[in-house]
Design a binder for this molecule. Structure first.
Ligand code: ADP
Ligand code: MG
Length: 905
């Protein structure tokens, strides 16, 4: 290494012709990657120059140095040590930069320039470094294309695992569907055509996702088609599942996913070309096979993290995640993010979970084995890209070691539903043996000296013996030189710049020689003696002199060449091993995928067994019936047995809409979410927290939470609430489940109640909708709707009153709450008694004035509606109003108008 560093730096320093060859090489790379921070490998460092150096020094808190590049031209320079590069790169990425890594490739030549290449461009969506990736989540790179017809093509890949998928979205609500897909994937980076100056498209991009504009021609349908066919070596798009005869017939061009996919592949070619080998299959899917969950619903249901705490432990994932491998954890996350609507697939998952629930010993054994499997999936991905380090190879082998045992375990006939996954398991014996045969027991993390086991190559063993000898010879030489010079403290040392040397302290060098030596060669001091003995002074330190002798130089050269030869041999052998592993990568990936699936199934079974879940009966269509349902996350936070279970029934006949009233803190929100979570759990194949459940499949779950409860999103305006509610009313179907929690709360009581009521009436009366709905509200007046709407049922949270004290039983019972109890909650919260007493007085006063101002509720007519003439004019107008036809601004204006009139009267 010493010679290399010296060589590089001297090229930089003293080229008399102005820009040195290294400098010219650097500038050439920089020209090709103008939009990246270019990290240029020089020996043990990645260096940056010029503007990059200024940027990097500021961004990473490094010292900015100046380097003379001949003729007095000085260039700013900042370097990061190569061994710590990953953490620096992570920081650059986090600050929004792209990083091009220009590394030395091939051996260092005797003279001239080292060959260098930009080996990859690191962007948020193209990470492969284990240290930069979260183990428990996928890291997606996505690509979007919008067809002239309005349809959207979406492709995405995780190049650390090899997942590649594509879909087309179309229809009136294409942007909603896209927003939901992007919310599910949470891609790290999204590719868009530079000219796709499409504000609507950009508006649906999640906040934390990096947008990368790409040259528009990459999305050109014909060019993309060719790129896709070439990449997969496929005869036709249809062979890939990307054929779309209907679109072809309409003259709309190819499947809308093709341009997105083509651009994604082109981008990878530029940034991480090795990943292309990994992406050998594209999964074309229809979003219609899965349940749709928009971003707000994902947040409200706390699927992956608690809405307030942001902690995983407070989420459904936190409760269900009993996986033992990182790949299993990622897959469980993916399942929770994408519940299914496919009854057959769900029943297969359920059967597998059931088999593992019923076989607790087998389950424990399986989970113990999985605990040793490691992240085989990402290791397989790195194997395909020839990125594995020696220790990762060993980890791969350890992971494969569990495979035969897992297969044997699953052969049990009682575990028949797991056999399809078991059949995918391949112990990859040849790859495993190659690792065992080739690698040393304790190799370095990054390839280097000592990677290859002794006995693998006779040539390597010989080189090693030689350099081992040389070390002995050096020790002998030191002994001999001590004798020859009479300097007992003389010692051999090594440093990276000067190589081997013989060191003598100044004190000794300046001391007089003994009289025997003086007589022999006439030297008065030790220094003179050394000179006479052929020592050449190499370096003077503060307290010592360093010398070399011709013999030492020869030895050093021998040692170095033996070491270099050995390293080169090790490199070749290691490359051979990487070849073998790359060839095994497809089988490795299949195996990893199967292990991930087994891990998730075992985790769901473990949760079911630990927490007393039952297998829900799933129906293609039908009611939602839950007996003694519980909230999976809330019940875990409470002492065992203290969560109060509740029943639920929602159908299309007489119980389509449940209005749930009750005071604050009584358990309304918990109950609503519990129903949604039970449905969602059932549709990922999990058992559910209930005594019994019969569930007709749901196509979408919508949840909206009134402004005051929705602390997480930050924008608690009435407007947001209304816009979101309007979106539900637009998109919900008969198969949907709608959860409305205190919607209408973000405004004054009168308006809020009016809006809430209008929404419920609409959900009930609209012939297309009929969506099953749970509506929690503290407007107890809403329960009245039960009397005028046949499919509305009123329920309330049971409350025990003991004098001043109010006890919430958390029990749902038929009927409407008769008042709000807000004052009691205020008392519980510790407001001063004077305040709560005054508040209670005010409540009594208000209650005497009756609900909704003065006018008593008119008697219903035969069709269940009050005659218009008897209504307050404001209510009459409200009833006539087509809320969904109004723009949000119009709605607000109308609302203000209504409010003014209501106040006047
Ligand atoms: P609300 O929406 O009516 O204001 P929440 O649903 O937020 O009430 O519930 C308030 C608290 O009551 C919860 O944090 C939980 O601790 C407790 N709780 C809710 N439902 C139950 C239940 N079924 N069993 C036991 N405790 C419950
Ligand atoms: Mg609530």
């Amino acid at each position: 290494m010493s010679s290399r560093v010296r060589e590089q730096l001297s090229f930089l320093d003293d080229d008399p012709r102005g820009a040195s060859p290294v400098r010219r090489q650097y500038l050439e790379f920089k020209r090709r990657y103008p939009d990246c921070v270019l990290l240029f490998r020089l020996g043990d460092f990645f260096e940056t120059f010029d503007d990059d150096a200024r940027l990097v020094a500021a961004a990473l808190d490094l010292t900015l140095t100046q380097r003379d590049l001949g003729r007095g031209a000085r260039v700013p320079m900042a370097g990061i040590p190569a061994h710590a590069a990953e953490s620096y790169i992570a920081r650059l990425l986090a600050q929004g930069h792209r990083v091009a890594i220009c590394d030395q490739v091939g051996p260092v030549p005797e003279r001239g320039l080292v060959r260098r290449e930009v080996v990859r461009v690191v962007t948020p969506g193209t990470l492969v470094e284990p240290s930069l990736l979260a183990a428990e989540a996928n890291n997606y790179l996505a690509s979007l294309w919008r067809a002239p017809t309005g349809a959207v093509g979406l492709a995405y890949a995780d190049i650390s695992t090899g997942e590649l998928a594509a879909t087309a979205l179309a229809g009136d609500d294409v942007l909603d569907a896209l927003a939901a897909e992007l919310a599910r994937l949470a891609p790290a980076e999204l590719l868009l055509a530079q000219d796709a100056d499409d504000a609507a498209l950009r508006a649906v991009v999640p906040e934390r996702c990096r947008l990368t504009p790409c040259p528009p021609e990459r999305f050109h349908p014909e060019r993309a088609r060719r790129a896709v066919l070439e990449h997969f070596a496929a005869p036709s798009l249809a062979a890939l599942g990307l054929g779309d005869p209907a679109a072809g017939a309409r003259g709309d061009g190819p499947h809308p996913a093709v341009p997105a996919l083509g651009a994604l592949l082109a981008y990878l070619r530029d940034t991480q070309a090795a990943a292309l080998a990994l992406l050998d299959r594209v999964q074309v899917y229809a979003a219609s096979g899965a349940m749709v969950l928009d971003a707000a619903t994902r947040r409200n249901l706390e699927l992956l993290e608690g809405a307030r705490s942001g902690a995983r432990a407070d989420s459904l994932l936190g409760v269900l995640d009993h996986t033992r491998t990182p790949m299993g954890a990622r897959l469980l996350r993916a399942w929770i993010s994408q519940p299914l609507r496919d009854l057959a697939r769900l029943q297969r998952r359920q059967a597998a979970v059931a088999a593992l629930v019923d076989a607790p010993l087998r389950r424990a054994e399986l989970r113990a084995l999985l605990g040793q499997a490691g992240d085989l999936e990402r290791l397989a991905g790195r194997a395909a890209q020839r990125l594995l380090g020696p220790r990762e190879c060993l980890a791969l082998r350890r992971g494969l070691e569990v495979v035969p045992a897992v297969r044997a375990l699953l052969a049990d006939p009682a575990l028949a539903p797991l056999h399809p996954a078991a059949e995918q398991l391949d112990p990859c014996a040849a790859a495993s043996a190659a690792i065992a045969r080739t690698l040393a027991d304790d190799p370095p993390a990054v390839f280097g000296e000592g990677t290859i086991r002794a006995g693998v190559s006779a040539a390597l063993d010989e080189c090693r013996a030689l350099s081992g000898d040389t070390k002995q010879v050096l020790a002998q030489l030191e002994r001999r030189e001590r004798e020859r010079t009479g300097v007992r403290s003389l010692k051999i040392g090594y440093n990276r710049v000067f190589g081997y040397y013989l060191e003598v302290s100044h004190a000794v060098a300046n001391s007089p020689t003994d009289h025997f030596q003086r007589a022999q060669c006439g030297a008065a001091t030790v220094a003179e003696l050394l000179d006479k003995l052929g020592y050449q002074r190499k370096q003077t330190l503060a307290n010592a002199e360093r010398y070399v002798t011709p013999e030492l130089k020869t030895l050093e050269a021998r040692l170095q060449s033996a070491q270099e030869e050995a390293l080169e041999l090790e490199r070749q052998l290691y490359q051979g091993l990487l070849d073998t592993l790359a060839a095994a990568a497809p089988a490795l990936r299949r195996t990893a995928t199967a292990l991930a699936r087994l891990d998730v199934l075992a985790a769901l079974a473990e949760a079911a067994a630990r927490y007393g879940y039952v297998r829900p009966e799933l129906l293609a269509e039908g009611p939602l019936e839950i007996e003694q349902g519980r909230h999976p996350v809330v019940e875990r936070r409470l002492p065992a047995g203290s969560f109060v279970p509740n029943d639920t029934r929602l159908d299309h006949h007489d119980c389509q809409i449940v209005i749930l009233t009750g005071p604050n803190m009584a358990g309304k929100s918990t109950y609503l979410r519990q129903v949604a979570l039970i449905v969602l759990m059932a549709q990922i194949g999990s058992f559910v927290p209930a005594a019994r459940a019969r569930l007709g499949l749901v196509d979408r779950i919508f949840t909206r939470v009134g402004a005051q409860d929705d602390i997480a999103s930050g924008h608690s305006t009435f407007m947001v609430e209304m816009v979101e509610t309007a979106a539900i009313l637009r998109a919900a179907t008969r198969q949907s489940l709608v959860i409305l929690d205190e919607v209408g709360r973000g405004t004054s009581t009168f308006d809020g109640m009016a809006i809430a009521r209008a929404v419920v009436e609409y959900l009930h009366d609209h012939p297309r909708l009929g969506a099953r709905t749970l509506f929690a509200t503290h407007y107890h007046e809403l329960a009245e709707l039960e009397r005028t709407r046949p499919r509305v049922k009123a329920y309330r949270m049971a409350v025990l009153e003991e004098g001043e004290r109010v006890v919430f039983e958390h029990r749902v019972e038929p009927g409407g709450a008769d008042r709000s109890y807000g004052v009691h909650v205020a008392r519980l919260a510790g407001l001063p008694p004077a305040v709560t007493r005054r508040a209670a007085e005010l409540v009594r006063e208000l209650e005497q004035r009756g609900p909704l101002g003065a006018a008593p509720e008119p008697a219903p007519t035969a069709n269940g509606r009050a005659p218009e003439g008897t209504l307050h004019p404001v209510l009459a107008e409200l009833r006539r109003l087509d809320v969904l036809a109004l723009s949000p601004l119009e709605a607000l204006a109308k609302l203000l108008d209504l409010q003014e009139r209501a106040r006047e009267s």
